[in-house]
Design a protein around this ligand. Structure first.
Ligand SMILES: *Cc1c(COP(=O)(O)O)cnc(C)c1O
Length: 404
């Protein structure tokens, strides 16, 4: 009874911008979660690629508990040991020399875009303000990031919107070349469009973008909010694409479920954000930074990352097998443990319905648009756990096909 009232209360208490599942999760362990009725679900969502080490990872619980006894918050008027340690780790493990901490992917992208505008304005003048982005891109829901994002309906009714932003077809080198001029201050792209359907940018596209950015003195902003922190089998996806961005944004997996985000950049570009130019109260919060450091220590280990690649192969292979048997997928794509399965036949455009049906079969997964199932399990998922979860996926699909 409690369970029903809690779920119903949600709808009377909350702004209606979400439509959460009917089940109410109450605890989790690794890739398993239990609802109020103590029913078990395999979690192939990780809270949208956030709980990278699964639920209640013992090392993270310990780190958070220890930090909770020491220091919770100090603001930007003070530094802290966890902040410095996490910044040190991020700069050691990536191209970056400087870090800005904030609390969400949108905020990290907001900082990146503001830095790019300000850098160009300081160096050249306010004419150099154009931002190039891609169709179907997702960069967050603040007014600036949603405008830079490539989904029209997310912007509707929120105008006037920030100006000077152009959306180009993804992976189209010719369109990018045609759009570039000396007034472009930044190009922003996800190495794998997550919300946009789990589509990888080709290495050729990223290389062309890198070259054009350098040629026109525009900043290459790589949004690794979803693809970062081990998700694709390297700490960040750019590490396997042969390019280095000027700015990289990280969030989702970085705190393993504790809110934190980071904008990474070079020494030179960082100077743009001079004293007083930007800030956020919670950015670099000691609790978040302590957890983030532990997450990176665990995920950056080569053995850990090679296991992500092994599970990726297993997931793709088994999805191919299921797709063949049930004739329900037209394509399996993605990298690491960010995998999309495009629906066909009687399941076409049924991603949302399948998500809901999955709950009946004890499995939770995501969608990426109405025609793509998205799988983003915790990176610690074992071979047998993935096997068991995919048995539930198969019964979900079979039931849906039978009902169609
Ligand atoms: C989720 C996401 C964001 C936005 O992150 P929030 O923490 O929701 O603000 C930005 N970019 C990408 C690629 C994302 O997947």
């Amino acid at each position: 009874m409690t369970s029903l009232s809690t779920r119903q209360q949600h709808d009377t208490l909350m702004t209606p911008n979400y439509a959460p599942a009917q089940i109410v999760p109450v605890r989790g362990e690794g890739v398993k979660v239990w609802d109020q009725n103590d029913r078990l679900f395999w979690d192939l969502t990780s809270g949208i690629a956030v709980t990278a080490l699964g639920h209640a990872h013992p090392a993270l619980v310990e780190t958070l508990t220890e930090q909770a006894k020491k220091l919770w918050h100090v603001s930007g008027w003070f530094t802290s040991e966890p902040l410095v340690k996490l910044a040190e780790t991020l700069t050691e493990l990536t191209f970056a020399e400087r870090v800005f901490f904030c609390n969400s992917g949108a905020e990290a992208n907001e900082a990146a875009l503001k830095l790019a505008r300000r850098y160009a304005s300081d160096k050249v003048g306010s004419n150099k303000h154009r931002i190039l982005s891609t169709v179907n891109a997702f960069h967050g829901r603040t007014l600036f990031t949603v405008t830079v994002g490539g989904t029209e309906k997310y912007k509707q009714g929120f105008g006037p919107l920030p100006e000077g932003i152009t959306h180009l077809p993804f992976n189209d080198i010719a369109a990018l070349e045609a759009a570039f001029d000396e007034n472009v201050c930044a190009f922003i792209v996800e190495p794998i469009q997550g919300e946009g359907g789990v589509r990888s940018a080709t290495p050729e596209y990223l290389a062309a973008a890198r070259k054009l950015c350098t040629q026109y003195d525009a900043l290459f902003i790589l949004d690794e909010v979803q693809s970062g922190v081990g998700r694709t089998g390297t700490l960040y996806n750019y590490m396997q694409k042969g390019i280095t961005p000027d700015i990289l944004t990280s969030a989702k997996g970085l705190g393993g479920g504790f809110p934190i985000a980071a904008m990474l950049t070079t020494e030179k570009l960082a100077q743009t954000l001079a004293l007083g130019t930007h800030g956020t109260t919670y950015g670099g919060n000691p609790l978040a930074c302590a957890v983030g450091k532990k997450v990176l220590d665990i995920i950056s280990a080569p053995v850990f990352l090679s296991q992500v690649k092994e599970r990726s192969e297993q997931l793709k292979e088994q999805l191919h097998t299921i797709g063949k048997e049930l004739n329900c997928f037209s394509e399996i794509r993605g990298e690491g443990l960010l995998i999309g399965a495009e629906l066909k036949g009687s399941l076409q455009e049924q991603a949302l319905q399948l998500m809901r049906r999955g709950e009946e079969h004890n499995i939770l997964f995501l969608m990426a648009g109405p025609n793509v199932l998205r799988f983003a399990p915790a990176l610690i998922i074992s071979e047998t756990e993935l096997d068991q979860a995919l048995v539930c996926l198969k019964s979900t699909l079979e039931a849906a096909i039978a009902a169609a």
